[in-house]
Design a protein around this ligand. Structure first.
Ligand SMILES: [Zn+2]
Length: 311
């Protein structure tokens, strides 16, 4: 619909420009008056060609959780990721003026999936709630399986099964024609990863360094918690001379004092400073005095579990 409206505006400006140029050829006139429609054509063309369809809004919840509202701006349809605080989600849905059409649950832990019962009360039992079907997410009615694809308006959502933090963890990869984002829950954090509650170092290596690392480098990463500063302090304790860690840490500390979110990063960035995505890198292997990436993943997780950041 909006695209049609743009085409109409574009045609209108072309028509005005043609008329004014014809008048100029006949009589000569004010140049600025003649040229203005041409600049408007340029502007309309830019909007027409480069329209951004996807919008992601992080919504803080509990102590340091993130919920997200992802909207297709062309249709106004939106999905919410991990809606633990339903009241807050509904406030944002109202203020953004969008139509909430689905919930995407990354995993069953209460700080991510704890709002589904209330959401079904508010939106009705038929409201689509996506997630892994192991019976641990209340009101789940859309079972997400690996590589399953569905639409939110014009956005394409692909489910990526990434077991380790929990056996049923799903990351949601969302694309439109211009942009790619991935909601990584408690699998991939900025500069870190989730604990291996229900999986092994091999599982996390597959999740991070086979599945997520194969997404395009420009894919934006929206994770489940704001842990960035602490994660980067740990990263620095492993790779003291990694300038990308220093740069990101300086920026993240500034975000923290400004109280602004550090999401998103990108998959490409994570490969530069996230030690758990650098387990094949000689710099990380050398620091750990380990040859094998899976052993390095295991060792890093053990070290992180007992790491006390000196902020
Ligand atoms: Zn969790």
């Amino acid at each position: 619909m909006e695209r049609d409206a743009d085409a109409i505006v574009l045609r209108k400006h072309c028509r005005i420009a043609r008329k004014r140029l014809a008048r100029l050829l006949v009589a000569g006139s004010d140049w600025l008056y003649m040229i203005r429609p041409l600049t408007r054509i340029n502007c309309s063309l830019r909007n027409f060609v480069q329209r951004k369809m996807m919008h992601v809004k992080p919504i803080g919840a509990l102590e340091d959780n993130y919920m997200y509202l992802v909207t297709d701006k062309l249709t106004g349809k939106a999905a919410v990721v991990d809606p633990v605080d339903v009241d807050k989600v509904m406030e944002v849905v109202k203020s953004e003026g969008v139509e909430l059409v689905a919930a995407l649950i990354t995993h069953h832990h209460w700080d991510h999936a704890g709002g589904t019962k209330k959401l079904a009360e508010v939106m009705g039992n038929q409201f689509p709630i996506y997630g892994f079907g192991d019976g641990r997410i209340e009101q789940l009615n859309k079972v997400s399986t690996d590589q399953m694809v569905f639409k939110i308006g014009g956005l394409t959502v692909t489910c990526l099964h990434t077991p380790c933090h929990t056996t049923g963890h799903i990351c949601y990869y969302v694309c439109d024609e211009n942009e790619k984002v991935v909601f990584t829950g408690d699998t991939l954090f900025i500069a870190g990863c989730g604990r291996f509650f229900e999986g092994s170092a091999e599982d996390m290596n597959r999740a991070l360094n086979v599945i997520l690392s194969s997404l395009p480098d420009e894919t934006k990463v929206y994770c489940g918690h704001e842990y960035t500063v602490a994660n980067l302090l740990f990263a620095k304790s492993i790779e003291e001379n990694n300038g990308d860690i220093d740069q990101k840490l300086k920026w993240a500390k500034q975000c923290s004092s400004d109280n602004t979110p550090t999401v998103p990063s990108t998959i490409g960035e994570e490969k530069l400073f996230n030690p758990f995505m650098r387990v094949s890198n000689p710099s990380v292997l050398g620091a750990l005095k380990i040859d094998d990436p899976i052993e390095a993943m295991k060792k890093l997780r053990e070290m992180k579990n007992s790491f006390k950041a000196k902020v």
